[in-house]
Design a protein around this ligand. Sequence first.
Ligand code: NAD
Length: 365
Amino acid sequence: MNKNIAVIRGDGIGPEIVTQALRVLDKIAELYGHTFTYTNVDMGGCAIDKWGDPLPQEMLDRCKNSDSVLLGAVGGEKWNSVPGNMRPEKGLLRLRAGMGVYSNNRPAKIWPQLSSASPLKQSIVDKGIDFIIVRELIGGIYFGEHKTENVDGTEVSSDVLVYTEDEIERIGRIGFETARKRSKKLCSVEKSNVLDSSRLWKKVMHRLSEEYPDVELSDMLVDNCAMQIVKNPSQFDVIVTENMFGDILSDEASMITGSIGMIPSSSLGATSCGLYEPIHGSAPDIAGMDVANPIGTILSAAMMLRYSFDMTSEADCIENAVSQVLDLGYRCADIMPRNESEALNCRQIGCSECGSLIIEHLRKE
Ligand code: NAD
């Protein structure tokens, strides 16, 4: 199969981790007889420096004309003082909206080899952590009107949160469909005791549930959900929620699984052209040091093969190789055990060595 992948290296550790993911994809192409062509896309701080715009239209078009997009991360202190609508992160929001990817799916799964890296008590971890957060990605408060004005000598800011029934319904369907493929439990998270948009959210989810009688729907307020994720994460299978709640809850969920460096994500809309990226940011504190963990990006590439290209065996091949490298005790700095006796059975590796080890363990089934 021939596939054209738009590649956004971005800022900070972005170029390092994407390089490793592309090496892995090249080896997969060789093993399975595919051709992956990469089209470079400038986005984020590097695009501001080069083009004066975090996502020039031509770069967005390159993404929309590709079969899928692989992204490292964008942003950094250097661009903190540029105006809000020209920030690197604005490029990311425009990319998601421009590609129409309204559903962000983040697995929160603990790798058995890393269970001690979870900050939760072992007794909680032992019950298992394996759920998915389905987050609405291109609506809600991040896309509403943002305004700061001076009213009678005082600065007043507002951010508007809007959801239409249709926007809620299409993400709700992804939630139900995802639950259907897992253990058929869907938890809809909102703040219906306070927000009108959440009351509409809840109403639409319950209306949809009549079409999915095999899926058990529950409701949870977002503040309670934040507590339950640390108290009893094994109760969750699929969580569906709006943009801002999903942003916050999925970062919390990533922490309980050990490291932010391990977690991939996919964002999809109505077509198979998706956006695949690790959930972490550009980590400027470790950029250029060859210590970043590339596994979140490599697993994002595996998700791309699975969900956009229907290459199940190829995706399994990458995930198995990651598991074997962990079995052998290799750990990037962020997942090195803190406990001395456990650390004795592990060896710390850098970003490029991690990529090489995963490539070495890729075996065609
Ligand atoms: P961050 O995720 O970049 O870093 C948080 C901490 O996790 C840091 O200590 C970092 O060193 C560590 N970390 C992150 N990824 C790692 C990896 N792969 N391996 C090892 N350690 C890793 O979050 P931040 O510091 O809040 O943000 C830094 C910049 O990234 C900001 O400009 C922010 O706006 C941007 N950001 C971008 C995205 C994105 O591109 N999707 C997402 C979040 C933040």
